[in-house]
Design a protein around this ligand. Structure first.
Ligand code: PXP
Length: 236
């Protein structure tokens, strides 16, 4: 199971002063030293954290999977076609949200997403759709040509007790259904050092995409160690 580390949160800190530090570019090799199998960045329409220059440099220096999270807009598609990341994850994007709040409504955006997948495939870029643990979205993702899905674990992560049990079952069933639909299956959002273990035990998952908890821990223990500790939990 691979671990993709999202480094947006380092760029968020840099943008707080609109300066040059901390530079997310420097985070990539440290995360990789700690065992990251991939580096993820979300280039947002409002450029609130990752900047175009970050993506351009990362493309040149990241030797593992570079995953670009993006909304389906003409601007982002042109950037992806030019940069050619190793993977594009299509996410819904709302201007006022603090983070990606929910999965993509595949039914609603079917036409645009299908067109985007075709365009990205023409450039040999595999595509993943970030979706809720919902059978309809999973099935449709496969039908419109997506290579992978990333199941949104945010609700699982934000609940406790019985509600969390219910959410865990939803995620697990979603993973199994996506596998039946012959999709590669990832999971992510809100995963941390306490709630990741159960998700990591779900069989058939290709990878986990984690950002905030790792960068938060890195503030205290350093990024390389924070990534290494997360990897150990996932593989234990
Ligand atoms: N996967 C996707 C598609 C995301 O948008 C994000 C957040 O940027 C993550 C995973 C990582 O979420 P978190 O920062 O809560 O670990």
């Amino acid at each position: 199971m691979i671990l993709g580390v999202n480094i947006d949160h380092i760029a968020t800190l840099r943008q707080a002063r609109r300066g040059i530090e901390p530079d997310p570019i420097l985070a990539a090799p440290l995360a990789i030293l700690g065992g990251a199998d991939g580096i993820t960045v979300h280039l947002r329409e409002d450029r609130r954290h990752i900047q175009d220059r970050d993506l351009e440099i990362l493309k040149r220096i990241v030797p593992v999977e570079l995953n670009l999270e993006m909304a389906v807009t003409e601007e982002m598609l042109l950037i992806a076609e030019k940069i050619k990341p190793d993977l594009v994850t299509i996410v819904p994007e709302k201007r006022m949200e603090l983070t990606t709040e929910g999965g993509l409504d595949v039914k609603k955006h079917k036409k645009n997403v299908m067109e985007a997948i075709k365009r990205l495939h023409r450039k040999d870029i595999p595509v993943s759709l970030f979706i809720n643990p919902d059978k309809g979205d999973i099935e449709l993702s496969g039908k419109i040509g997506s290579d992978m899905v990333e199941i949104h674990t945010g609700t699982y992560a934000n609940t406790k007790g019985k509600s969390q049990e219910k959410e865990f079952a939803r995620v697990k069933n979603a993973v199994n259904y996506a596998l039946e639909c012959r999709l590669l299956v990832n999971a992510g959002h809100g995963l941390n050092y306490f709630n990741v273990q159960r998700i990591a035990l779900i069989e058939g998952l290709r990878g986990l995409y984690i950002g905030h908890s790792i960068i938060s821990r890195a503030v205290f223990v350093g990024l390389e160690r924070a990534v290494r500790e997360m990897k150990q939990i996932i593989h234990r």
